[in-house]
Write a protein that binds this ligand. Structure first.
Ligand SMILES: CC(C)(COP(=O)(O)OP(=O)(O)OC[C@H]1O[C@@H](n2cnc3c(N)ncnc32)[C@H](O)[C@@H]1OP(=O)(O)O)[C@@H](O)C(=O)NCCC(=O)NCCS
Length: 191
């Protein structure tokens, strides 16, 4: 088991077709998604409650237009992990992390954190100083992952209301509270 995630990712990084690829251990490669990944990403998200399952078209758009800010963790049996994120219009210092999913077979190996650190190391995020995301009240895994990342980055965390459950109508959706991490020192440690 590798403890120093940052040094490990850094040491294993290489550029393939102009995009950085990173060996993340356990035969997993971190890379940009492409549109041919959308179906498998949709299948992965379906297996990762409590994430909302978006349409295949959504994952096609994310892979086609937002691949610079999304990550696939390619394992030997298909995607072991996926992260979607974007820089909100007019907020070049923020990366908003939308969904993070790690297949059950790959959990507990720091893969969620490795995908986040890999994302932060990309040139497309050179202007980013803050990570924003939303977390449901009962999602201990998501909260644990983002708090662990904040500790690793030695960055402050603030929490506020963003999307109250009433905004989801009758869907019975939990509140989605905004977690903001930063400002981060750049570049991220050892990446
Ligand atoms: C959340 C998720 C992506 C974490 O993936 P993972 O690769 O197993 O997480 P990591 O191994 O990188 O763990 C990172 C940190 O989170 C903590 N953590 C992970 N799972 C946890 C759990 N179930 N309960 C509490 N803490 C947890 C780890 O202990 C670790 O803490 P550390 O930084 O102090 O070492 C994965 O559990 C998942 O796909 N869940 C379903 C979908 C989801 O809820 N996604 C998040 C919403 S965007």
């Amino acid at each position: 088991m590798i403890d120093d995630t940052d040094s490990y990712l850094s040491a294993q990084s290489e550029t393939v077709n102009g995009c950085s690829e990173v060996q993340a251990g356990h035969g997993i490669v971190l890379r940009h998604p492409k549109k041919e990944d959308a179906l498998a990403i949709h299948a992965l998200i379906k297996q990762c409650p409590p994430l909302d399952l978006n349409s295949i078209y959504t994952y096609l758009l994310l892979s086609e237009h937002f691949s610079q800010t999304c990550v696939v963790a390619q394992g030997e049996q298909g995607p072991d992990g996926y992260l979607s994120a974007y820089i909100p219009p007019g907020k070049p210092d923020v990366i908003f992390v939308w969904q993070v999913a790690v297949h059950e077979r790959a959990r507990g190996q720091s893969l969620g954190r490795k995908m986040l650190l890999h994302l932060l190391s990309r040139p497309a995020l050179a202007t980013v100083r803050f990570i924003e995301t939303t977390v449901g009240p009962d999602n201990a895994a998501s909260r644990g992952m983002f708090m662990g990342l904040a500790r690793k980055l030695q960055a402050e965390v603030s929490e506020s209301e963003l999307f109250g459950s009433h905004l989801f109508g009758d869907a019975g959706h939990d509140d989605e509270r905004l977690i903001r991490i930063g400002p981060m020192r750049l570049p991220p440690p050892d990446i």
